[in-house]
Design a protein around this ligand. Structure first.
Ligand SMILES: Nc1nc2c(c(=O)[nH]1)N[C@H]1C(S)=C(S)[C@@H](COP(=O)(O)O)O[C@H]1N2
Ligand SMILES: [Mo]
Length: 257
């Protein structure tokens, strides 16, 4: 190898290796080729490990518990009893006339009854709910996998978020509760639209007839009293534009725990 070739090769490697590689190359004249190679590898490995950690922590499973871990008293937070007249009418008839409306960037808009939802692939999980206000509690949730619903409707290529619109407002006449998640969380195996709590039909205080379970984020992300779902490309024209009722009032959109 001539000096010129070495220089060219070094320039090439510097360009492809990026900053991490360039730092290694700066000191490589004093290293044997084997040492140099080992060093490049270990640096690449560090980058890979960090990347892997980032990706893995988004797709990893939330801890699941045993039946003996169930909390004797599971708190209800935020709205405990919606006052919306349509909600009250539907509740009176045990939600037989309630339909989950699914629209937006999907191939087929859907309108599904609770029985329709019960026929789709479900999951049962015992998980811990963590509220931003400082309490945690363990319960068993059963529901349709959000991924199954999205697969049924067919997600269009521009889609980026799933938005959940709720029946309740935090103050009379005020803005209705809503929430949003990205597609990565929407397709996570533990992301459910739950219709059962601890083996019984979802009680009103926990969000009947359907509420989101998003186990790796804080409680406020888990919309209760779902009326409709919209698949969208952007969030800025919904509500105040920050992706959720509490986000519009200063909470973080990605509430990972
Ligand atoms: N529609 C709606 N969803 C909601 C809320 C609410 O007030 N309305 N409160 C949120 C908050 S802050 C928490 S901690 C959980 C509480 O769920 P739980 O009542 O089942 O404990 O629901 C979340 N989802
Ligand atoms: Mo909460």
């Amino acid at each position: 190898m001539t000096r010129g070739m070495r220089r060219d090769r070094r320039r090439f490697l510097t360009r492809v290796a990026g900053l991490g590689g360039a730092l290694v190359l700066a000191g490589c004249d004093r290293l044997s080729r084997a040492d140099w190679f080992a060093k490049v590898l270990s640096n690449a490995e560090i980058v890979n490990r960090k990347l892997h950690h980032l990706l893995a922590s988004r797709s990893s499973m939330a801890k699941e518990f045993a039946a003996t871990d169930l909390s004797p008293d599971f708190p209800s937070n935020g709205t405990r009893q919606p006052t919306d007249p349509e909600y009250l009418r539907l509740a009176e008839n045990h939600f037989r006339e309630w339909r989950l409306e699914m629209s937006g960037l999907v191939e087929r808009w859907e309108s599904l009854s609770l029985d329709d939802l019960r026929e789709l692939p479900s999951r049962t999980q015992i998980t811990r709910h963590d509220c931003v206000e400082g309490w945690s509690a363990i319960a068993q949730w059963k529901g349709v996998r959000l991924s199954a619903l999205l697969e049924k409707a067919g997600v269009r290529p521009q889609a980026r978020y799933v938005v959940f619109f709720c029946f309740d407002a935090m103050e009379a006449g005020g803005a209705k509760y809503y929430e949003s998640i990205d597609l990565e969380d929407a397709f996570h195996p533990q992301t459910l639209l739950a219709y059962e709590w601890n083996g019984q039909p979802l009680p009103v205080r926990y969000g009947a007839p359907l509420r989101l379970r998003l186990e790796r984020q804080l409680g406020y992300k888990m919309a209760k009293y779902i009326r409709s779902i919209e698949v969208v490309e952007r969030l800025d024209e919904i509500g105040e534009g920050r992706g959720g009722y509490w986000e519009d009032r200063g909470y973080e959109w990605y509430a990972g725990i």
